[in-house]
Design a protein around this ligand. Structure first.
Ligand code: ADP
Ligand code: MG
Length: 335
């Protein structure tokens, strides 16, 4: 295929980001991390400035038919807060740019901002500016700024061979909730799963504790799915991993509903995005600390895998012991 005919679909979202990373270079010495982690990290002396941005587009990330503007406001901020949580940082200020259609009811915008305000209050972050434009579809872009103590920040690239791999909470609920929302034939939709999709809770307290107590060695939030986000840690850390499928933490509702939408019981939990749980690695010596943190915060922290040398790639150990070498199965915007 000649280079001029290549499309974004051919290289995928992550292929494109890798290219952008090559095209652009940073020059300022205080830039500790640019492209390649959950947030950009800027050295400010004792402290580090953390910056992240995310975009939500109507009919790609949400549909007006099943989204109420209040929850959309909350979620728009929550997904950005989750990226700061993934560094072990504290969210502080944000800017928001919105593109809105002419005929959008004013009430949509006021309810959206009410949601934004409630989420901002919950995590003590302040809106400090933004931009507004006409757009054929609703577009929401937030840039969130936070901070952390320089020595405590957790990157994607700290995983070591022999480390345990943990996931917080349960996985797959949000992706299953989305399938349920999109299922026009289903009248009574299980609230628990739908809520996981519409109203994610960023794990700020957990992220901060893992960083402050120096428990984790690498961390990411699970926005693209367990497999994709594991891959992001592996690529940045230059390691491999094995995952035990039957250890993936599943909710009761997930167990009840997954079979309606997928033959393979773990498929949605492995590849479905938007759980906004934390995925982290930690040395086996930290197991007692991980369990005691799980108890004190009342958040399940489940050991789902182990870090291997890079040449091993990624293995999934299926229930019953069968081992499969994995392709990437998570969400990619262009594929
Ligand atoms: P997350 O899922 O945590 O939001 P992404 O997968 O969106 O992270 O992005 C991965 C990395 O690539 C981040 O460092 C992000 O800032 C960077 N990135 C994504 N899109 C672009 C872009 N269009 N230009 C420059 N950097 C980008
Ligand atoms: Mg992230």
């Amino acid at each position: 295929m000649s280079i001029t005919k290549k499309t974004l679909q051919d290289i995928g979202e992550f292929g494109l980001i890798a290219k952008i990373r090559n095209w652009m270079a940073t020059s300022r010495p205080e830039v500790v991390r640019s492209i390649g982690d959950d947030v950009a990290v800027i050295d400010m002396g004792q402290k580090a400035l953390l910056l992240t941005t995310d975009i939500l587009i109507e009919d790609i990330h949400f549909e007006r038919s099943w989204t109420d503007p209040y929850r959309l406001g909350r979620k728009s901020l929550a997904v950005n807060i989750s990226d700061i949580a993934a560094m072990g940082g504290t969210p502080k200020y944000f800017l928001i740019s919105i593109g809105l259609p002419k005929r959008l009811p004013l009430s949509f915008t006021s309810l959206f901002y009410r949601g934004l305000k409630d989420e901002a209050r919950r995590f003590q972050v302040d809106l400090i500016g933004g931009d507004t434009s006409l757009s054929p579809k609703i577009i929401i872009n937030i840039c969130l700024i936070g901070e952390g103590k320089k020595g405590n920040i957790l990157f994607r690239n700290g995983a070591k061979v022999g480390d345990d791999l943990y996931a917080s909470g349960t996985l797959g609920d949000a992706a299953l909730g989305l399938k349920i929302l999109q299922d026009k034939g289903l009248r009574k939709k299980p609230k628990g799963l739908v809520n996981k999709h519409l109203s994610p809770t960023p794990r700020v307290e957990l992220g901060q504790a893992l960083a402050k107590k120096h428990i984790a060695s690498a961390m990411i939030d699970i926005s693209d799915g367990l497999l994709n986000d594991t891959n992001h840690i592996l690529e940045e850390s230059k390691v491999g991993a094995q995952l035990w499928e039957d250890r993936i933490p599943l909710s009761t509702l997930y167990r009840r509903w997954a079979q309606t939408y997928s033959k393979a019981p773990y498929q949605i939990a492995l590849s479905g995005g938007e759980d906004y749980e934390l995925l982290f690695t930690a040395s086996p010596q930290k197991r007692a600390k991980v369990s005691s943190l799980a108890r004190s915060l009342n958040i399940p922290l489940t050991r789902v895998g182990e870090i291997l040398p890079e040449k091993e790639g990624v293995h999934l150990i299926r229930k019953g012991g069968k081992e499969v070498k994995l392709p990437r199965l998570g969400f990619d915007h262009f594929r």
